[in-house]
Design a protein around this ligand. Structure first.
Ligand code: NAD
Ligand code: WQD
Length: 358
């Protein structure tokens, strides 16, 4: 019987790119997603890219019995757990929904894993767990290493912090068997070079590049740049923007690392970032170049909660996982622009489907 990797949240932005890389690396994949923030069309397009069908189940992770059925039908050897709600602003308005979905969803998943004796899991955490690293009053945690103390500043970030703790406790309860990889992503951007899959936010985008791409195709008037009075080379905040394909490849590296452990368990965190910081204006210029024209913007006041610098120190992942981000922000912007122009209204628009690409 073939062994499968279960990908929760595999219809989403990072999950769909990771499914492509898993299959390109010879893995068999089952996807579980309740489509709360995605569309089945992304799976159909992934099937088109990898030229094979992918078992898909529309299941909420909190539905223990339905999830358990998937484990009865497929021999699962490990899980990559993306499924979560992820909007920082929304999480401050409906925190209980975030804890219920992200924490209870994970507990339900872990119960099913335990019942089926599957003890290998890669978890999507976030740089947001570090909080504001300028709180130390100096640069000792810039770029941010995994040892930096955690102090998330919003409910979304705290759900990631809580789940990291749960996974650590699970590992402690059976340290020889649980293999847990915590991957802390910095700022994922870009799209698959095919232009077939990418980020498709519902409503008004919160993140910089999705917003900018909607300005570029005329769905929004102009970009608001949230403050130019930070201590950076051009006054705008610094982030570590990582191409989503590089990020996806980091999951394959983590999974391979866990599988090579053979008989011993592990709990370990790895930052997935490039180690290179870019400002908002750096991104603005790179994307304008990809589009071929300067896009309209205005500088407005700072956004509450934003900090000066969130750049990764990725050396642990570079050394231990043998993984390194290879693609630059220019490539990410070109790939994003290709995805945007091919899909001006994202996935699942009536009369316009992945079949258009056949
Ligand atoms: P996404 O919203 O595109 O993907 C998440 C997927 O999970 C969606 O397809 C959604 O439908 C599904 N899902 C949510 N709750 C579920 C549930 N209870 N049961 C089943 N499916 C459920 O988000 P993404 O950007 O691909 O993020 C993937 C993961 O990476 C998330 O855990 C997110 O918190 C984390 N992360 C994302 C970023 C980022 O900027 N995109 C940064 C750091 C960490
Ligand atoms: C990037 C920069 C803004 C929009 C968020 C989450 C984090 C993680 C990744 C999940 C900032 C500026 C943005 C705009 C702007 N997600 N900006 N105008 O805030 O670094 O991180 O996504 O785990 O948890 O907080 O990303 O893309 O929102 O902002 O000027 O319209 O762009 O001020 O400096 P952020 P972002």
């Amino acid at each position: 019987m073939s062994e499968y990797i279960l990908v929760t949240g595999g219809a989403g932005y990072i999950g769909s790119h990771t499914v492509v890389e898993l299959i390109n690396n010879g893995h068999k994949v089952v996807v579980v997603d309740n489509l709360v923030n995605s569309s089945y069309d992304s799976i159909a397009r992934v099937e088109f890219i990898v030229k094979q069908s992918i078992p898909f189940f529309n299941i909420d992770l909190r539905d223990h019995d339905k999830l358990s059925e998937v484990f009865k039908a497929y021999k699962i050897k490990g899980v990559i757990h993306f499924a979560a709600l992820k909007a920082v602003g929304e999480s401050t308005k409906i925190p209980l929904d975030y804890y219920d979905n992200n924490v209870n969803g994970t507990i339900s998943l872990l119960n099913v894993l335990k019942e089926h004796n599957v003890k290998t899991i890669v978890f999507s955490s976030s740089a947001t767990v570090y909080g504001d690293v300028t709180r130390f009053g100096d640069d000792r945690y810039i770029p941010i290493p995994e040892e930096c103390p955690l102090d998330p500043t919003n409910p979304y970030g705290r759900t990631k912090f809580v789940v990291e703790g749960i996974l650590k406790d699970i590992h402690t309860s059976d340290p020889d068997n649980w293999k847990v990889a915590i991957l802390r992503y910095f700022n994922p951007i870009g799209a698959h070079p095919s232009g077939l899959i990418g980020e498709d936010p519902l409503g008004i985008p919160n993140n910089l590049l999705p917003y900018l791409s909607q300005v570029a195709i005329g769905r929004r008037d102009k970009l608001s740049i949230f403050g130019n009075d930070y201590k950076s080379h051009d006054g705008t905040p610094i982030r570590d923007y990582i191409h989503v394909v590089d990020l996806a490849k980091g999951h394959i590296a983590a999974l391979n690392y866990l599988h090579k452990l053979n008989e011993s368990g592990l709990y370990r965190e790895w930052n997935l970032g490039t180690g290179k910081g870019s400002t908002v204006f750096d991104i603005y210029h790179a994307f304008s170049k990809a589009v071929g024209k300067q896009l309209p913007y205005e500088v407005v006041g700072r956004r509450a909660g934003d900090v000066l610098d969130l750049t990764a120190n990725p050396s642990r992942a570079n050394k231990e996982l043998g993984w390194k981000a290879e693609l630059d922000i220019e490539t990410a912007c070109e790939d994003l622009w290709r995805w945007t122009t091919k899909n001006t209204h994202g996935f699942n628009v009536e009369g316009y489907s992945w079949k258009t690409f056949e």
